[in-house]
Design a binder for this molecule. Structure first.
Ligand SMILES: [Fe+2]
Length: 255
């Protein structure tokens, strides 16, 4: 269920474990800060980030530092982060092909601070953790392919394939920028949506809270408005392509 913005502040309920689930932030620190303020006072046992810290907004350092400061955070790399590391390793990018996209990657690589590069280099492409009776896998794409884009509308047979023989009872995914929760063949598939780059025409930031209690699991999804103007100002200040300012204003992928 997606909570409307008119929803009252989060109620405090004593669950066994609470996890803030974030992903696809894409250097949109104003959106991340807005989420932080929204959940202030709510104590999380873990903060999971499904990757794509970087690219398309101009706050990659602030975004990475936010996670570096939080010992409870569990982060993996996404495809944009891996491309940034490839550039920093002196390799040529084959993708993306579009010039305006490449500009954003090169701008990010040039502006990342050394400690943040070191942190990105230390991150895995997938990880897992155990909470209560649940073994939770964290993936950017899927457990089979880190670049696979899995939408809730995809064939159930694909979810069944991923569930079959999986050592994880919970798969936390990113990459599709689409919030969803499905339970298929006993496996929970959770995608929190994108904090910082929306595809569905709703420019609000998306995130999820996972609650694990007494062998059960519940997920709440949120969409909250954030100061898009701060992102637009960052793009303008750095003379980056206008298409991205519109992308953030409209909450749509424009290229
Ligand atoms: Fe992404």
């Amino acid at each position: 269920m997606v909570h409307p913005i008119t929803q009252p502040r989060l109620r405090f309920i004593r669950f066994m474990k609470k996890i803030l689930v974030l992903g696809d932030i894409h250097a949109n620190y104003p959106a991340l800060q807005t989420i932080r303020n929204y959940v202030r006072g709510y104590r999380f046992d873990r903060i999971i980030n499904t990757g794509d810290f970087t690219v398309y907004s101009t706050f990659p350092n602030e975004t990475i530092q936010w996670f570096r400061k939080r010992k409870k955070s569990i982060c993996i790399l996404g495809n944009t982060d891996r491309r940034i590391l490839r550039i920093l390793n002196g390799k040529k990018l084959k993708r993306p092909r579009k010039e305006e996209k490449r500009v954003m990657y090169y701008w990010t690589a040039e502006n990342l601070l050394s400690d943040n590069i070191k942190y990105l280099k230390s991150l895995p492409r997938q990880t897992d953790l155990s909470i209560g009776n649940f073994r939770i896998g964290v993936f950017h794409g899927t457990s089979h392919d880190e670049d696979e884009t899995l939408f809730p509308s995809d064939a159930e047979s694909r979810f069944r394939e991923l569930a079959k023989g999986s050592p994880f009872q919970v798969h936390i995914l990113g990459h599709s920028h689409t919030p969803y929760y499905k339970r298929i063949d006993g496996v929970h598939f959770i995608n929190p949506g994108s904090v910082g780059r929306m595809f569905d025409g709703d420019p609000r930031a998306a995130f999820a809270i996972l609650k694990v209690f007494s062998g059960e699991l519940a997920v709440d999804f949120f969409r909250i408005p954030y100061p898009v103007d701060a992102v637009v100002a960052g793009l303008k200040k750095n003379r980056l392509p206008d298409i991205y300012a519109n992308m953030y204003r409209l909450g749509r992928k424009l290229n």
